[in-house]
Design a protein around this ligand. Structure first.
Ligand code: BJW
Length: 231
């Protein structure tokens, strides 16, 4: 039998056990800062220094965290899966990348910047300020390469093509509150749909199968089972 093509969507919950905060849990980022102050284009236009400070702190924090067993299990699945495979992450951290996966970062990346003057994108590890010049055009209009509310997520054509006809859809560590990602489970209508999350998500009833628990436990166990069945 041909192995099913897989699309995997991950969210902040997969990185929680590495030490990164989620957004909507009781200790999440949105309990400490207001979305409208840091995660909209209007916030950046109003107070770019404040938005830079928020993302500088999160970029700095990446140096202190490591991929966990769930990231590593997905890397193993990507390497060993005999069929088509796409890992889509909403996360702006680089833990999938450092585990060795090749994720599509639909909400952008902390370690990238975009120039509002010339459009160039650059890898970026340092702090950003309103006076940091663009390495391409030298104008000081750099912003974090992050998808804020009201902006178009990245790679949607590729994601929609992969969802259309995939055989297995996995949703891992996401609360299912933010669109369009929260709608992928419905876009993958024909797939077997599996939720791996600490608790039932907002769209839990749309899945065919669910395993609730910490990602470092449920993800490696599910990957082992898949690879035993198919690889
Ligand atoms: C664990 C765990 C452990 C914890 N193990 N699990 C009204 C209706 C519908 C849509 C809209 C609407 N009004 C506006 C919209 C659109 C809007 C939207 O969805 N708003 C909703 C809030 C209603 N969306 C947008 O604006 C998007 N763009 C857009 O729609 O463009 C138009 C378009 C049209 C058609 C097609 C395509 C596009 C852009 C969204 C940008 C989101 N940006 C953010 C912040 C920027 C990045 C950053 O600063 O980091 O991205 S918001 C934030 O939420 C971040 C995340 O990627 C995203 C999702 O959060 P996630 O990952 O699900 O985290 P949590 O905290 O919510 O959940 C964590 C889960 O993990 C929980 O369930 C825990 O239980 C679990 N967990 N520990 C396993 N150890």
């Amino acid at each position: 039998m041909t192995p099913p093509s897989i699309v995997i969507l991950t969210g902040a919950g997969i990185s929680a056990e590495s030490g990164l905060s989620t957004f909507r849990d009781p200790d999440g980022l949105w309990q400490r800062v207001r979305i409208e102050d840091v995660a909209t284009p209007e916030a950046f236009a109003r107070d770019p220094a404040h938005v830079h400070a928020f993302y500088n702190a999160r970029r700095t924090q990446l140096a202190d965290v490591q991929p966990n067993a769930a990231h590593l299990a997905l890397m193993r699945l990507e390497r060993e899966w005999p069929g088509a495979f796409l890992l889509v992450t909403q996360n702006v951290d680089d833990l999938h990348d450092r585990a060795g996966s090749l994720p599509l970062h639909m909400h952008g990346e902390l370690r990238r910047v975009r120039c509002l003057a010339c459009g160039a994108r650059h890898g970026w590890a340092a702090d950003l300020s309103i006076s940091t010049p663009c390495p391409s055009c030298a104008v000081s209009r750099l912003r974090p390469d992050i998808v804020w509310f009201g902006e178009m997520p990245m790679g949607m054509d590729r994601i929609e093509a992969a969802l259309d006809g995939c055989g297995l859809f996995l949703s891992i560590g996401t609360s299912g509150n933010v669109y369009p990602a929260a709608g992928f489970v419905e876009d993958a209508a024909q797939a077997h749909k599996v939720e791996l999350n600490l608790e039932p998500s907002a769209g839990s009833e749309l899945f065919d199968e669910a395993h609730h628990g910490p990602a470092t436990q449920v993800v490696p166990a599910f990957v082992d089972r898949l690879l035993r069945e198919w690889a």
